[in-house]
Design a protein around this ligand. Structure first.
Ligand code: HGY
Ligand code: MN
Ligand code: MN
Length: 412
């Protein structure tokens, strides 16, 4: 099996073909979950998988599973996959690389006439990004029993559209009960989305786990008033309070280097009129850290600090704990399989903790899981300029192939 390699050109061509669906002027992709573009991307993937001899299953939260039979159908599948939905200003690789690398593994096994003992499955998880419907990782979260299906189906986007209605509208409200598929091992290939691998000139990131995340929704209330006759001393300006809180969020992150991350990604100010003092501001907070205790400290500092700022400004503040995903270690046996696949090809590598959340984090709750990272150019992701080197993409898929075969077994 030493010279068993994937077809890098075919994988790259498939990535570029998929990137045409929702292509943006700056070379990125906008394919928000449960839009017509998401449906088109899913359908293209399904067409490719059917052409590769796979059977297709769809569950009630829209997760898609392409299955290549193994010699022993009773064995739990060795699964890989990721997501096809993107950020609004997303790129061509985030999630999509993991899905199409899985397809490339199937195509390569077909080319070489290799039968595996265990079935091979490639998953497309619904709404990993959490950009249109929040929180993130909904499809894998329902599969892993983190989120009740009924709760997810009722989620609404910023325009009030209901998740369950949109899922049915695009034709992916499948019949299968989520979480019923037997998974013996789950691998996910993904771009790093950060600068470490490129800076250290490493081809592969052997991902040992994922850092924890805490998401919040903050609402600051003051008093709308006229921007002209209202003296500065008499104002209860919700946007000034929010600005001080946002600075606090940033300081909480900066004061805990090197791992702490703190981001305010969404802000809405009402009434959003240039000559009315803002009476109400909504913003989101995204905290991350690999150490759960530090994440708890960040949580406490946010809540006490925002309360103090609100008191000083005569404001009210409410902080909703919107989502919590604890730091998650991956399965050592599978991490070793990734390391072995890396060594087999002589790729440079280093261990790394994932800064981003991934479906593998939830899959790790219900099956042994591990991830494979490859560098992205400039460490930039969630940006239309997101890019990767074809040789790195090929390397990641080669490692995925070998790690999966180590788990699936090759039939004689
Ligand atoms: O937010 C994340 O880490 C992922 O991109 N959903
Ligand atoms: Mn992703
Ligand atoms: Mn992402």
């Amino acid at each position: 099996m030493r010279n068993l390699t994937i077809d890098g050109a075919r994988l790259w061509d498939s990535l570029m073909e998929m990137a045409k669906i929702g292509a943006t002027p700056k070379g990125g992709v906008c394919r928000l979950a449960l839009t017509d573009l998401d449906r088109a991307g899913r359908q293209l993937f399904i067409d490719w998988c059917v052409a590769a001899g796979c059977t297709i299953a769809v569950d009630k939260v829209g997760n898609v599973f392409a299955r290549r039979p193994g010699r022993d159908p009773a064995r739990p599948a060795v699964m890989t996959g990721s997501h096809l939905d993107t950020q609004p200003t997303g790129g061509r690789f985030d999630g999509i690389f993991g899905v199409l690398a899985g397809l490339e593994v199937v195509r390569t096994l077909n080319d070489r006439g290799i039968a595996t003992e265990a079935p091979i499955e490639v998953a497309v998880w619904t709404n990993e990004e959490g950009a249109r419907f929040s929180p993130a990782m909904m499809g894998s979260g329902v599969h892993a029993g983190i989120f009740p299906l009924a709760e997810i189906l009722e989620k609404r986007d910023m325009d009030g559209r209901r998740f369950g209605d949109e899922l049915a509208r695009i034709g992916f409200a499948g019949p299968e009960e989520p979480g019923r598929r037997a998974v013996g091992a789950y691998f996910e290939a993904h771009i790093e989305q950060g600068p470490i691998l490129e800076a250290e000139e490493r081809t592969i990131g052997v991902v040992t786990g994922s850092q924890g995340q805490r998401w919040y929704e903050v609402t600051v209330k003051g008093q709308e008033a006229h921007a002209g006759p209202t003296p500065m001393s008499r104002r209860r300006d919700a946007l000034v309070g929010a600005a001080r809180m946002i600075d606090l969020v940033n300081r909480i992150g900066r004061e805990r280097p090197p791992y702490a991350c703190a981001t305010v990604g969404v802000i809405q100010s009402k009434p959003n009129s240039r000559n009315t003092i803002p009476g109400e501001v909504f913003f989101t907070v995204d905290f991350r850290h690999p150490d759960d205790d530090v994440l708890s400290t960040m949580d406490a500092l946010l809540k006490t600090g925002c309360a103090a700022i609100a008191a000083e400004g005569g404001l009210e503040v409410s902080i909703v704990d919107f989502w919590y995903a604890p730091p998650t270690p991956f399965e050592p046996r599978l991490v070793e399989a990734v390391r072995a696949g890396t060594a087999r090809h002589g790729y440079s590598h280093r261990d790394i903790v994932s800064g981003a959340g991934h479906d593998a984090v939830y899959m790790a709750k219900v099956a042994p899981a591990a991830m494979i990272f490859v560098p992205c150019i400039g460490g930039i992701s969630h940006n239309e300029v997101e890019d990767a080197k074809p040789s790195d993409i090929e390397a990641g898929a080669n490692v995925l192939l070998h790690a999966m075969l180590q788990e699936a077994g090759i039939a004689p």
